[in-house]
Design a protein around this ligand. Structure first.
Ligand SMILES: Nc1ncnc2c1ncn2[C@@H]1O[C@H](COP(=O)(O)OP(=O)(O)OP(=O)(O)O)[C@@H](O)[C@H]1O
Length: 285
Protein backbone atom coordinates (compact mmCIF):
# COMPACT_ATOMS: atom_id res chain seq x y z
CA UNK A 1 0.00 0.00 0.00
CA UNK A 2 1.24 3.51 -0.81
CA UNK A 3 1.96 5.82 2.08
CA UNK A 4 -0.49 8.36 0.62
CA UNK A 5 -3.37 5.90 1.16
CA UNK A 6 -2.64 5.87 4.88
CA UNK A 7 -2.91 9.61 5.40
CA UNK A 8 -5.59 10.41 7.93
CA UNK A 9 -6.03 6.76 9.00
CA UNK A 10 -6.99 6.35 12.65
CA UNK A 11 -5.36 2.92 12.91
CA UNK A 12 -2.34 1.83 10.87
CA UNK A 13 -0.46 -1.43 11.25
CA UNK A 14 2.55 -1.52 8.98
CA UNK A 15 4.24 -4.90 8.40
CA UNK A 16 3.61 -5.98 11.96
CA UNK A 17 5.11 -9.28 13.12
CA UNK A 18 4.47 -10.58 16.61
CA UNK A 19 6.12 -13.57 18.23
CA UNK A 20 5.07 -14.61 21.73
CA UNK A 21 8.04 -16.83 22.59
CA UNK A 22 11.30 -18.26 21.30
CA UNK A 23 9.99 -21.05 19.08
CA UNK A 24 8.74 -20.36 15.57
CA UNK A 25 5.41 -21.91 16.60
CA UNK A 26 4.78 -18.79 18.67
CA UNK A 27 4.89 -16.46 15.65
CA UNK A 28 1.31 -15.20 15.59
CA UNK A 29 1.58 -12.40 13.00
CA UNK A 30 3.98 -11.94 10.10
CA UNK A 31 4.00 -8.72 8.07
CA UNK A 32 0.39 -7.88 8.86
CA UNK A 33 -0.67 -4.49 7.52
CA UNK A 34 -4.01 -2.77 7.79
CA UNK A 35 -5.60 0.63 8.13
CA UNK A 36 -8.90 1.85 9.47
CA UNK A 37 -10.12 5.32 8.59
CA UNK A 38 -11.85 7.59 11.15
CA UNK A 39 -15.45 6.46 11.58
CA UNK A 40 -14.95 3.34 9.47
CA UNK A 41 -16.36 -0.05 10.51
CA UNK A 42 -13.79 -2.75 9.72
CA UNK A 43 -14.29 -6.48 10.36
CA UNK A 44 -11.45 -9.00 10.56
CA UNK A 45 -12.16 -12.65 9.75
CA UNK A 46 -9.93 -15.68 9.33
CA UNK A 47 -9.36 -19.27 10.37
CA UNK A 48 -9.22 -20.13 14.04
CA UNK A 49 -5.85 -19.37 15.63
CA UNK A 50 -4.68 -17.17 12.73
CA UNK A 51 -3.86 -14.23 14.98
CA UNK A 52 -7.03 -12.10 15.00
CA UNK A 53 -6.95 -11.45 18.75
CA UNK A 54 -3.21 -10.89 18.53
CA UNK A 55 -3.87 -8.21 15.91
CA UNK A 56 -6.19 -6.49 18.42
CA UNK A 57 -3.57 -6.74 21.18
CA UNK A 58 -0.94 -5.20 18.90
CA UNK A 59 -3.28 -2.41 17.74
CA UNK A 60 -4.16 -1.39 21.30
CA UNK A 61 -0.63 -1.58 22.69
CA UNK A 62 -1.39 -4.57 24.94
CA UNK A 63 1.41 -6.56 23.25
CA UNK A 64 4.42 -5.02 21.54
CA UNK A 65 5.13 -6.16 17.97
CA UNK A 66 8.44 -7.90 17.36
CA UNK A 67 8.71 -5.98 14.09
CA UNK A 68 6.78 -3.28 12.27
CA UNK A 69 4.88 -0.24 13.47
CA UNK A 70 1.47 0.43 14.97
CA UNK A 71 0.08 3.96 14.84
CA UNK A 72 -3.19 5.24 16.21
CA UNK A 73 -4.16 8.84 15.40
CA UNK A 74 -0.77 9.17 13.72
CA UNK A 75 1.18 8.38 16.93
CA UNK A 76 3.31 5.27 17.39
CA UNK A 77 1.66 3.00 19.96
CA UNK A 78 4.22 1.91 22.57
CA UNK A 79 1.97 1.35 25.60
CA UNK A 80 -1.64 0.29 26.25
CA UNK A 81 -4.02 2.88 24.84
CA UNK A 82 -6.66 4.43 27.04
CA UNK A 83 -8.61 6.03 24.18
CA UNK A 84 -9.95 2.63 23.14
CA UNK A 85 -13.25 1.03 24.07
CA UNK A 86 -13.17 -2.77 24.17
CA UNK A 87 -15.64 -5.63 24.41
CA UNK A 88 -14.98 -9.35 24.39
CA UNK A 89 -16.87 -12.60 23.93
CA UNK A 90 -17.18 -13.33 27.63
CA UNK A 91 -18.79 -10.81 29.88
CA UNK A 92 -16.23 -8.88 31.89
CA UNK A 93 -18.83 -7.03 33.95
CA UNK A 94 -18.05 -6.78 37.65
CA UNK A 95 -20.62 -8.90 39.52
CA UNK A 96 -20.77 -6.61 42.55
CA UNK A 97 -21.61 -3.50 40.51
CA UNK A 98 -24.99 -2.59 39.08
CA UNK A 99 -25.55 -2.12 35.34
CA UNK A 100 -25.21 1.66 35.71
CA UNK A 101 -22.04 1.39 37.80
CA UNK A 102 -20.51 -1.13 35.41
CA UNK A 103 -21.18 1.20 32.47
CA UNK A 104 -19.61 4.11 34.35
CA UNK A 105 -16.44 2.20 35.28
CA UNK A 106 -14.18 3.60 32.49
CA UNK A 107 -15.04 7.12 33.67
CA UNK A 108 -13.28 6.33 36.94
CA UNK A 109 -10.12 5.31 35.07
CA UNK A 110 -9.80 7.23 31.79
CA UNK A 111 -8.74 10.88 31.82
CA UNK A 112 -9.98 13.59 31.59
CA UNK A 113 -13.20 11.98 32.87
CA UNK A 114 -11.66 10.52 36.04
CA UNK A 115 -10.80 13.98 37.40
CA UNK A 116 -14.16 15.44 36.37
CA UNK A 117 -16.37 12.61 37.55
CA UNK A 118 -16.94 13.65 41.17
CA UNK A 119 -17.97 17.20 40.26
CA UNK A 120 -20.07 16.19 37.24
CA UNK A 121 -21.54 12.89 38.38
CA UNK A 122 -25.17 13.71 37.46
CA UNK A 123 -24.21 14.66 33.90
CA UNK A 124 -22.13 11.50 33.40
CA UNK A 125 -24.87 9.39 34.92
CA UNK A 126 -27.31 10.91 32.45
CA UNK A 127 -25.04 9.92 29.52
CA UNK A 128 -24.86 6.37 30.90
CA UNK A 129 -28.66 6.22 31.16
CA UNK A 130 -29.00 7.52 27.58
CA UNK A 131 -26.63 4.84 26.29
CA UNK A 132 -28.54 2.16 28.20
CA UNK A 133 -31.79 3.45 26.67
CA UNK A 134 -30.24 3.23 23.18
CA UNK A 135 -29.53 -0.48 23.67
CA UNK A 136 -32.92 -1.22 25.26
CA UNK A 137 -31.74 -1.53 28.87
CA UNK A 138 -33.81 1.27 30.45
CA UNK A 139 -35.23 -0.02 33.70
CA UNK A 140 -32.23 -2.29 34.36
CA UNK A 141 -29.87 0.41 35.67
CA UNK A 142 -29.92 -1.03 39.20
CA UNK A 143 -29.79 -4.71 38.24
CA UNK A 144 -26.62 -6.74 38.84
CA UNK A 145 -24.97 -8.68 35.97
CA UNK A 146 -26.17 -12.00 37.35
CA UNK A 147 -29.74 -10.73 37.02
CA UNK A 148 -29.26 -10.08 33.28
CA UNK A 149 -29.36 -12.54 30.35
CA UNK A 150 -26.21 -13.10 28.29
CA UNK A 151 -27.52 -10.78 25.57
CA UNK A 152 -28.32 -8.04 28.11
CA UNK A 153 -24.83 -8.38 29.59
CA UNK A 154 -23.32 -7.85 26.13
CA UNK A 155 -25.55 -4.77 25.61
CA UNK A 156 -24.21 -3.47 28.91
CA UNK A 157 -20.62 -4.24 27.84
CA UNK A 158 -21.17 -2.27 24.62
CA UNK A 159 -22.40 0.72 26.64
CA UNK A 160 -19.38 0.46 28.93
CA UNK A 161 -17.04 0.35 25.95
CA UNK A 162 -18.54 3.60 24.61
CA UNK A 163 -19.20 5.66 27.76
CA UNK A 164 -15.91 7.59 27.55
CA UNK A 165 -16.62 8.38 23.88
CA UNK A 166 -13.57 6.53 22.52
CA UNK A 167 -12.44 7.26 18.99
CA UNK A 168 -11.68 3.57 18.58
CA UNK A 169 -13.81 0.58 19.50
CA UNK A 170 -12.16 -2.86 19.43
CA UNK A 171 -14.59 -5.76 19.56
CA UNK A 172 -13.26 -9.32 19.85
CA UNK A 173 -16.10 -11.71 19.05
CA UNK A 174 -18.49 -9.82 21.32
CA UNK A 175 -21.49 -11.95 20.27
CA UNK A 176 -19.70 -15.30 19.93
CA UNK A 177 -21.29 -16.85 23.00
CA UNK A 178 -24.88 -15.87 22.14
CA UNK A 179 -27.61 -17.80 20.32
CA UNK A 180 -28.31 -16.78 16.73
CA UNK A 181 -31.46 -14.72 17.40
CA UNK A 182 -29.86 -12.76 20.23
CA UNK A 183 -26.78 -12.25 18.10
CA UNK A 184 -28.85 -10.81 15.27
CA UNK A 185 -30.61 -8.47 17.70
CA UNK A 186 -27.25 -7.26 18.93
CA UNK A 187 -25.96 -6.66 15.40
CA UNK A 188 -28.76 -4.13 15.09
CA UNK A 189 -27.97 -2.64 18.49
CA UNK A 190 -24.30 -2.27 17.54
CA UNK A 191 -25.20 -0.73 14.17
CA UNK A 192 -27.39 1.82 15.95
CA UNK A 193 -24.66 2.69 18.48
CA UNK A 194 -22.13 3.05 15.69
CA UNK A 195 -24.43 5.29 13.60
CA UNK A 196 -25.12 7.54 16.61
CA UNK A 197 -21.57 7.72 18.05
CA UNK A 198 -19.54 7.01 14.90
CA UNK A 199 -16.35 5.57 16.46
CA UNK A 200 -13.86 3.71 14.28
CA UNK A 201 -14.67 0.03 14.88
CA UNK A 202 -12.45 -3.01 14.43
CA UNK A 203 -14.56 -6.14 14.91
CA UNK A 204 -13.05 -9.63 15.06
CA UNK A 205 -15.63 -12.28 14.24
CA UNK A 206 -16.03 -15.84 12.97
CA UNK A 207 -19.48 -15.05 11.65
CA UNK A 208 -19.32 -13.94 8.01
CA UNK A 209 -22.98 -12.83 7.94
CA UNK A 210 -22.24 -10.66 10.95
CA UNK A 211 -19.23 -9.13 9.20
CA UNK A 212 -21.23 -8.44 6.02
CA UNK A 213 -24.17 -6.99 7.95
CA UNK A 214 -22.04 -4.63 10.04
CA UNK A 215 -18.86 -3.70 8.22
CA UNK A 216 -17.85 -1.18 5.60
CA UNK A 217 -14.81 -3.29 4.82
CA UNK A 218 -13.88 -6.87 5.68
CA UNK A 219 -10.29 -8.08 5.97
CA UNK A 220 -9.44 -11.77 5.64
CA UNK A 221 -6.39 -13.16 7.43
CA UNK A 222 -4.21 -16.06 6.34
CA UNK A 223 -3.54 -19.05 8.59
CA UNK A 224 -0.99 -18.43 11.38
CA UNK A 225 1.32 -16.56 11.17
CA UNK A 226 -1.46 -14.23 10.15
CA UNK A 227 -1.44 -11.40 7.65
CA UNK A 228 -4.19 -9.75 5.65
CA UNK A 229 -4.61 -11.62 2.36
CA UNK A 230 -7.83 -10.17 0.99
CA UNK A 231 -10.25 -7.32 1.58
CA UNK A 232 -13.86 -6.82 0.54
CA UNK A 233 -15.77 -3.54 0.55
CA UNK A 234 -19.45 -3.78 1.54
CA UNK A 235 -21.47 -0.94 0.05
CA UNK A 236 -24.98 -1.83 1.24
CA UNK A 237 -26.74 1.42 2.26
CA UNK A 238 -27.31 2.15 5.95
CA UNK A 239 -29.11 1.68 8.17
CA UNK A 240 -29.11 -1.98 7.12
CA UNK A 241 -31.82 -4.37 8.19
CA UNK A 242 -31.39 -8.10 8.70
CA UNK A 243 -33.04 -8.88 5.37
CA UNK A 244 -30.02 -7.38 3.58
CA UNK A 245 -27.99 -10.39 4.75
CA UNK A 246 -30.15 -12.59 2.49
CA UNK A 247 -29.86 -10.32 -0.56
CA UNK A 248 -27.74 -11.50 -3.47
CA UNK A 249 -24.91 -9.00 -2.91
CA UNK A 250 -24.49 -10.08 0.74
CA UNK A 251 -24.77 -13.78 -0.01
CA UNK A 252 -22.17 -13.39 -2.74
CA UNK A 253 -19.85 -11.53 -0.33
CA UNK A 254 -20.24 -14.29 2.29
CA UNK A 255 -19.40 -16.94 -0.31
CA UNK A 256 -16.36 -15.07 -1.51
CA UNK A 257 -15.03 -14.53 2.02
CA UNK A 258 -15.71 -18.16 2.82
CA UNK A 259 -13.64 -19.34 -0.13
CA UNK A 260 -10.62 -17.37 1.11
CA UNK A 261 -11.01 -18.70 4.63
CA UNK A 262 -11.43 -22.30 3.41
CA UNK A 263 -8.31 -21.89 1.38
CA UNK A 264 -6.41 -20.44 4.37
CA UNK A 265 -7.67 -23.33 6.56
CA UNK A 266 -6.55 -25.86 3.97
CA UNK A 267 -3.09 -24.29 4.07
CA UNK A 268 -2.88 -25.17 7.78
CA UNK A 269 -2.91 -28.86 6.86
CA UNK A 270 -1.17 -28.49 3.53
CA UNK A 271 1.47 -25.74 3.40
CA UNK A 272 1.63 -26.12 -0.38
CA UNK A 273 -2.03 -25.17 -0.73
CA UNK A 274 -2.35 -22.09 -2.95
CA UNK A 275 -4.71 -19.21 -2.31
CA UNK A 276 -7.73 -18.93 -4.66
CA UNK A 277 -6.81 -18.27 -8.27
CA UNK A 278 -8.47 -14.82 -8.25
CA UNK A 279 -6.76 -13.76 -4.99
CA UNK A 280 -5.50 -10.21 -5.18
CA UNK A 281 -3.25 -8.44 -2.80
CA UNK A 282 -3.59 -4.95 -4.26
CA UNK A 283 -6.02 -2.81 -2.36
CA UNK A 284 -5.20 -4.72 0.78
CA UNK A 285 -4.41 -2.18 3.41
N1 LIG B 1 -0.11 -15.13 25.26
C1 LIG B 1 0.25 -16.03 24.35
N2 LIG B 1 1.41 -16.74 24.47
C2 LIG B 1 1.81 -17.62 23.53
N3 LIG B 1 1.12 -17.86 22.40
C3 LIG B 1 -0.05 -17.19 22.23
C4 LIG B 1 -0.53 -16.24 23.18
N4 LIG B 1 -1.70 -15.73 22.72
C5 LIG B 1 -1.92 -16.34 21.53
N5 LIG B 1 -0.94 -17.19 21.23
C6 LIG B 1 -0.82 -18.03 20.01
O1 LIG B 1 -0.86 -17.14 18.90
C7 LIG B 1 -1.64 -17.70 17.83
C8 LIG B 1 -2.76 -16.73 17.46
O2 LIG B 1 -3.65 -16.63 18.54
P1 LIG B 1 -4.92 -15.65 18.51
O3 LIG B 1 -5.63 -15.79 19.80
O4 LIG B 1 -4.45 -14.28 18.13
O5 LIG B 1 -5.74 -16.26 17.30
P2 LIG B 1 -7.27 -16.01 16.88
O6 LIG B 1 -7.29 -15.90 15.39
O7 LIG B 1 -7.85 -14.87 17.64
O8 LIG B 1 -7.91 -17.40 17.35
P3 LIG B 1 -9.45 -17.81 17.49
O9 LIG B 1 -10.10 -17.52 16.18
O10 LIG B 1 -9.40 -19.29 17.75
O11 LIG B 1 -10.03 -17.01 18.61
C9 LIG B 1 -2.15 -19.04 18.34
O12 LIG B 1 -1.28 -20.03 17.82
C10 LIG B 1 -2.02 -18.94 19.84
O13 LIG B 1 -1.76 -20.20 20.42
Amino acid sequence: MEASDQRGALVELENVSLQYGESEFTIALRDASLTAQPGEFVAVVGPSGCGKSTLMKAATGLWKPSKGTVRVSGKVVDRPLSIVGMAFQNSTLLPWRTTLDNVMLPLEIVQPHASRLAANRAEYEQSARELLALVGLSGYENAFPWQLSGGMQQRCQLCRSLIHDPKLLMLDEPFGALDMFTREELWQVLQKLWLVRRPTVVLVTHDLREAVFLADRILVMSARPGKIIFERQIDNPRPRDLETTYEASSVEAVHELRSYISSARAAINDPLQQKPANAVSEGVS
